[in-house]
Design a protein around this ligand. Structure first.
Ligand SMILES: [Zn+2]
Ligand SMILES: [Zn+2]
Length: 561
């Protein structure tokens, strides 16, 4: 991974009384948030999320933070605090618990409920949960925690204040400052101010929207737009949003009731999460409005609403399958309306537009962020961040949660308000808070850990490079048998190719040069089969490159018989 501090080496021992911050994910990317705090020989982890793969990670299901820097010290972990239930904050927890089952998990009611269903899917039972709410204080070893309500695109999100002998740290988690949220639960700026009065030594703040000027619009501002979409739709309505966006689903349910439509959830995570949110009282479901998908399909199209996963264009999601017309129940039709009530996470653009085009091809009207105000972000914009800095008046700031450009924009905002010491660190860069001053002291190695099927961490960057070559150029395999007595090619070369339209007779001209090259190196004394294979690879690689302007993967097999 790219690194702004190539000169850094392993950090020195933490001075006694100091606090160390080791970001293992989320600093330099939007995803896999995980920050480790160390004090008095003990560790506290805040968040443990996943990152979703992009086009250059073919075949990868998920990307995890690298636990290696703390693997030998898992027994020192006092607790894992989960700020909210988004996948980029809780999704890697099952993988961490596989390494130590009894790490205490600390979070709000909804966060722990969403995590609980994930842990059951991973067959992780008997985990240790501490449910907390805003205002609660609880200590784990030398870390005294206090929780503060924050408003975000999922209910029940918390910021966490961490008191140690080294000072007071405030970590916002993900937040924004909607003043009239649907659930009335605002970011508790009074507590931010109180902590500021006490003296916040290190403030970790959400950078995601730091480049966006002004204020993130209120959730309620999209209510009239959703209403208009319902009024304009003569046929079925399909709404795609995040499976955790309880408030967006609430708005759609309310619109459905107002327009006399019924609603079915599509997609496993949507069904599961909305059941949890309803059972815990975070989602108010008017009686009779939710039906199952089969029941919904019996109704006239103008009475149907589907709320689906897949707003990021995920290829296996319900919406992608609907767009390709291979969903088992839902067949998109002329006159249907699709509402993508979601943000566009960087890297997902192509996939999302592929889905939009797929839907449009069948005659659906697609309403999305690009053509209507159907989504507002869950993150604080520049104006809100300025307010926070002025209210908290921190001594040191460490921007978190964002790509480098987001963190730099956030740092600039902190400086504008007069914060002297703003530290920009990417994943693995270690920051110590000693005598009230935060500074970079070193780095630890932490890369991407890829999950592919049941394998965790086995797929490496070089495997992905192979996959990209195979995906772009296909392969050529060459099988040659060499007589171990005479040292002459006794059979072959037999050449096969896939994925590059090079077939049969096109290989005739390279067969003799392969035989000649092998005869030559064997005559020079080479007997090692790896060396012989390299010879074949070079001859065929050079030929296919100069003759066909291609660079497929070359797979030589030399058998001695
Ligand atoms: Zn979030
Ligand atoms: Zn997040």
């Amino acid at each position: 991974m790219s690194h702004p501090h190539p000169e850094l080496s392993a950090p020195p021992e933490l001075p006694s009384g100091g606090l160390r911050v080791i970001p293992l994910g989320g600093l330099g990317e939007v995803g896999r948030n995980m920050t480790v705090f160390e004090h008095a020989g003990r560790l506290l982890i805040v968040d443990c999320g996943v990152l979703f793969p992009e086009d250059h990670h073919p075949g990868v299901d998920l990307i995890l933070p690298d636990f290696e820097p703390i693997r030998a010290r898992l027994d020192d972990v006092e607790a894992l605090v989960l700020t909210h239930g988004h996948e980029d904050h809780i999704g890697a927890t099952p993988y961490l618990l596989r390494e130590r089952r009894d790490i205490p998990l600390v979070g709000s009611e909804l966060t722990l409920a969403l995590l609980g269903s994930k842990l059951r899917e991973h067959r992780l039972q008997e985990t240790v949960h501490h449910q907390v709410r805003e205002g609660d204080r609880i200590s784990f070893g030398p870390f005294e925690l206090e929780f503060v309500a924050v408003n975000h695109s999922i209910p029940d999100a918390l910021a966490v204040a961490i008191r140690t002998a080294a000072g007071l740290v405030l970590h916002t988690g993900d937040f924004k400052m909607d003043q009239l949220p649907l659930d009335g639960r605002i970011t508790d700026l009074r507590s931010f101010a109180r902590l500021g009065e006490e003296g916040v030594d290190l403030f970790l703040t959400d950078s995601t929207n730091a480049e966006t000027p002004g204020f993130t619009p209120a959730e309620t501002s999209i209510t009239p737009v959703i209403d208009q979409v319902f009024r304009d739709s003569a046929q079925r309505i399909i709404v795609a949003c995040f499976a955790s966006h309880v408030h967006r689903v609430q708005q759609v349910l309310d619109a459905a009731v107002a327009h006399d439509r019924k609603v079915a959830y599509v997609g496993r995570s949507m069904v599961r999460n909305m059941a949890i949110a309803r059972d815990l009282g975070y989602l108010r479901v008017p009686p009779g409005v939710i039906v199952d998908l089969k029941e919904l399909a019996q109704l006239a199209p103008e009475r149907q609403v589907l709320i689906s996963t897949g707003s990021q264009g995920e290829p296996m999601s319900a919406l992608s399958r609907i767009a390709q017309r291979n969903h088992h129940v839902v067949h998109i039709a002329e006159g249907d309306t699709v509402l993508l009530a979601s943000s566009l996470i960087p890297g997902n653009e192509n996939a999302v537009y592929r889905v939009i085009n797929g839907l449009a091809r069948w005659g659906a009207r697609v309403v999305h962020k690009g053509n209507a105000l159907v989504h507002v972000s869950g993150h604080a914009s520049a104006g809100e961040l300025l307010y926070c800095y002025n209210i908290v008046k921190p001594r040191n700031v460490l921007p978190v949660h964002g790509e480098i450009r987001h963190m730099q924009a956030n740092a600039a905002l902190a400086r504008l308000t007069g914060v002297d010491n703003v530290v920009i660190a990417e994943d693995g860069v270690v920051v110590d808070l000693v005598d009230g001053v935060a500074s970079i002291v070193g780095k630890v190695d932490c890369g991407y850990v890829f999950v592919d099927g049941s394998s965790v961490g086995d797929i490496t960057e070089s495997d992905l490079k192979d996959r990209r070559i195979l995906g772009e150029e296909g392969f050529i395999s060459i099988i040659v048998v060499v007589d171990s007595v005479s040292g002459k090619v006794s059979s072959g070369p037999e050449i096969h190719a896939r994925g590059n339209a090079l077939e049969g007779s096109s290989f005739d001209e390279i067969k003799q040069p392969v035989i000649d090259a092998l005869d030559r190196v064997i005559a020079e004394g080479t007997t090692d089969s790896y060396q012989l294979q390299q010879t074949v690879r070079r001859v065929v690689g050079r030929w296919v490159n100069t003759t066909h302007k291609r660079r497929p993967m070359i797979i030589p097999v030399v058998i001695e018989a």
